[in-house]
Design a protein around this ligand. Structure first.
Ligand SMILES: [Zn+2]
Length: 281
């Protein structure tokens, strides 16, 4: 009998499940749009119901269908005709595609399906992080704390994610990774501040990496940090040279960290075995 969290998909049903993973992603993307708009503004996620920020027109259910409504309304409020930013459409489409690719990868590699819970939760974190950090230069606790909790709960429910059958051991591994990443990143942030006399690394970045550690393990956190800082610095230096600003004001690191985390989810095992292939067993 397959272990809990290792659901077997019937081959003839696969096209349906691929399609569903995209649709679910688009619906989640619709919710993430609310998070991206309301969390930095300090507003509640549930109340009041969705409305036009300009004319207060209450968004009805058929005006809230992912992708389709934005296209049918041609990016305008149905009441006052003010513009609805293309970001709403983009976030829904992007989340749909990111969900689809991860579902494809998990079924292709025959990974335990329980890992989709972690992957999808992480995708929600990276999309909100990328857009909120880009627009507001913060990575809010309201996104990183739930992701840390998700990592611990998923380890308890699906220990095979941590390559063990013991629920307790998987939980401890996730917790140790969370604490280890926090301590390492905090030391990094404090040292950086002592050397550069300013915040080289924000506390939001520290908590983000810790959340990745709890969900994807220390290697995933390390890869995210490495990829995010390398690509972020390269892009930042490019902008700095063109606009003559400082690196800190030039670019937010969130979108680069987010890209690193996603790449790890899709290619992590392949990168690990490629690296290990250089060492004879
Ligand atoms: Zn309106």
């Amino acid at each position: 009998m397959p272990a809990f969290g290792s659901f077997q998909f019937l081959p003839q049903m696969m096209p349906f499940w691929y399609f569903m993973s995209f649709i679910i992603g688009c619906c989640i993307g619709s919710f993430l749009n609310v998070c991206i708009y309301r969390i930095p503004a300090g507003k509640s996620l549930s109340m009041p119901p969705s409305h036009c920020p300009k004319c207060r027109h209450r968004i009805r259910w058929y005006e809230n269908i992912p992708l389709l409504s934005w296209l049918v309304l041609r990016g305008q409020c149905s009441s006052c005709k003010c513009r609805i930013p293309a970001r709403y459409f983009l976030v829904e489409l992007l989340t749909g595609l990111l969900f689809f690719v991860l579902f494809f990868k998990v079924t292709l590699d025959r990974q335990p399906t329980g890992i989709l819970l972690v992957y999808y939760g992480m995708t929600m974190l990276i999309v909100t992080t990328a857009f909120i950090d880009y627009e507001h230069r913060i990575i809010p606790n309201k996104t990183t704390y739930p992701a840390m909790l998700l990592g611990l709960v998923a380890a308890l429910l699906f220990p095979q994610i941590w390559h063990t059958t013991s629920h307790f051991k998987a939980f401890l591994l996730s917790l140790a990774s969370l604490i280890g990443c926090t301590v390492f990143m905090a030391a990094f942030a404090i040292t950086g501040k002592m050397i550069f006399k300013r915040d080289a690394l924000g506390w939001g970045d520290v908590k983000y990496i810790a959340a990745v550690g709890a969900c994807l393990g220390p290697l995933g956190a390390f890869f995210t940090l490495l990829f995010g800082s390398l690509t972020g610095t390269l892009a930042g230096v490019g902008i700095m040279l063109r606009k003559r600003t400082s690196l800190k004001t030039a670019i937010p690191f969130g979108p680069f960290l987010a890209a690193g985390t996603y790449l790890w989810m899709v290619f992590g095992e392949r990168l690990t075995s490629f690296y290990l292939s250089f060492f004879p067993q």
